[in-house]
Design a protein around this ligand. Structure first.
Ligand code: HEM
Length: 472
């Protein structure tokens, strides 16, 4: 008789609530501590939901490579279902034809090599605008993450529907929209009892659904205006600002309704990950002046002293690339990636994983594993120089997956990587950075859908080289 493999080990919990009352807010840390006790694959019952936590490269490979098709489904939290109209966006829609079509449009059209190259002028314009704004703040402390976020939002919304920040009207809407988007991302990450005890769903005990609906209705009002305006132009047969680059909206108009377009929140989520990464890199560099000095030297050698950074310089910035990679290791923006859910019962590591369970891939714990990394708690960019182990972002080394892996891997990778490097190279080449008087570096993190710093980085820019007028 064929025997069913056993269920993974795991802690016991209370009746009905399971392990829910014992969960701590820093979930990645909590899950890592449990792995010390129960091993690299264990189960947790949170309310009625069976969760599986995996934290070894070989078991992660079984999920995202060997059984990728089975694990390509998501198990969206209530907040995400509310935000995406029941899963109309790319990140939360179930694995199937709708997701495939959306993702194909996104990857082959919006983020095709041709479109990314054609949109360089747009990125250049936004990055220059950022430097001009920073010139007015020389000697003053300000929030780096916020400035970078605005630049990333402008680039991505421009790629999506072009021109949101082109005139006074879009500038105002863009600022408001940024606020809503941050709130929306925070709500994705908040643990919600309704996710784990569905019969409590209608009571919305923590008010997350209510908050989400409020944020959404104002965010969507803004999107409706933008999308509606563009639909009018398209229906009138008008040329979109005479540009040759087709933006995502134009492409989407070919097959989707306005409602489906407005629900592309996950695409916009790319702005939060980009800004958070830049903020973490700047924090690590301000904490380690010798590393900052090496990055500056590299930039001076590659870009020169009387010149401004161009995207063509990026491929020559090997040390900065290693600094970014090491930052992704120590502070992965999505420490548990986006949870998967098997579409049929299957076996991982010799254990049964039931259909519909929520599977967390704990990349944070892998990043901190002393068996896999020498001195894992220390910041050593050199470990990524002269790398022979494929520590790139392509999702083939299961010890290092900042952009995920398999069918559900981040489709925004080509843009995200470019933006992070270009923004950092410009910020560091143009300015000398210091902390405000009496301020200490704070490296603590706050768990969320995107893992941000618990205290935003405040830093002061000083003019570094005499060429800043080139940005005028
Ligand atoms: C530093 C930048 C970024 C990082 C670190 C990052 C990381 C990730 C990760 C870890 C995932 C989950 C992958 C998985 O489940 O295996 C993901 C998914 C996704 N990302 Fe990114 N991302 C970044 C930038 C972007 C950008 C710029 C965009 C859009 C322009 C974007 C759009 C998406 C979308 C749509 C998904 C869902 C894919 C799906 O479910 O099919 N990301 N990202």
């Amino acid at each position: 008789k064929k025997q069913t493999p056993p269920s993974p080990p795991g802690p016991y919990g209370l009746p009905i609530l399971g392990y829910l009352p014992f969960l701590q807010p820093n979930l990645h840390y909590n899950f890592t501590k449990l792995a010390y006790k129960y091993g690299p694959i264990y189960k947790l019952r949170l309310g009625t939901k069976l969760c599986i936590v995996i934290s070894s490269p070989s078991l992660i490979k079984e999920v995202v490579r060997d059984q990728d098709a089975i694990f390509a489904n998501r198990d969206p939290p209530v907040a995400a279902l509310v935000a995406t109209g029941g899963g109309l966006d790319i990140a939360w829609s179930p694995y199937g034809p709708y997701w495939r079509d959306m993702r194909k449009l996104f990857v082959h059209e919006m983020l095709s090599n041709k479109n990314i190259q054609a949109s360089y002028l747009l990125r250049k314009g936004e990055v220059r605008k950022m430097v001009r704004n920073l010139r007015c703040k020389i000697g003053e402390p300000f929030n780096i993450g916020e400035v970078v976020f605005l630049t990333a939002v402008n680039v991505i919304t421009n790629l999506l529907w072009g021109g949101m920040n082109g005139g006074g009207k879009w500038d105002r809407l863009g600022g408001e929209f940024r606020e809503k988007l941050s709130k929306l991302m925070d709500l994705f990450g908040k643990p919600n009892v309704s996710d784990f005890i569905p019969c409590l769903g209608k009571f919305d005990v923590e008010g997350i659904e209510k908050d989400m609906r409020e944020v959404l209705s104002s965010a969507e009002e803004i999107l409706d205006v933008v999308v509606g305006e563009r639909m009018k132009i398209m229906k009138g047969g008008g040329e979109c600002r005479g540009e040759r680059r087709r933006d995502f909206l134009e492409i989407l108009f070919e097959g989707l309704t306005q409602k489906q377009i407005v629900k592309q929140d996950s695409v916009l989520g790319g702005t939060d990950t980009t800004a958070t990464t830049v903020e973490w890199v700047m924090t690590e560099l301000l904490d380690k002046p010798h590393v900052m000095e090496k990055v500056q030297q590299e930039l001076t050698g590659v870009v020169g002293v009387n010149n401004i950074v161009e995207e063509s310089h990026i491929s020559k910035l090997h040390y900065l690339d290693a600094v970014v990679k090491e930052t992704f290791r120590l502070h992965p923006p999505l420490p548990l990636l986006i949870p998967r859910s098997p579409s049929q019962s299957c076996t991982v590591g010799g254990y049964t994983i039931p259909k519909g369970s929520r599977v967390f891939l704990n990349m944070w714990s892998i990043s901190m594993d002393p068996q896999l990394w020498e001195n894992p708690l220390e910041f050593h960019p050199n470990r990524f120089l002269n790398d022979t182990r494929n520590f790139d972002y392509m999702g083939n080394n299961f010890q290092y997956l900042p952009f995920g892996s398999g069918r559900r891997m981040c489709p925004g990778l080509p843009l995200g990587e470019k933006m992070v490097m270009y923004l950092l190279a410009t910020l560091i080449h143009s300015f000398e950075w210091r902390l405000p008087e009496g301020e200490m570096i704070d490296l603590s993190e706050k768990f969320g859908f995107v893992m941000r710093k618990s205290k935003p980085l405040q830093a002061i820019p000083y003019q570094r080289l005499p060429y800043l007028n080139l940005y005028e």
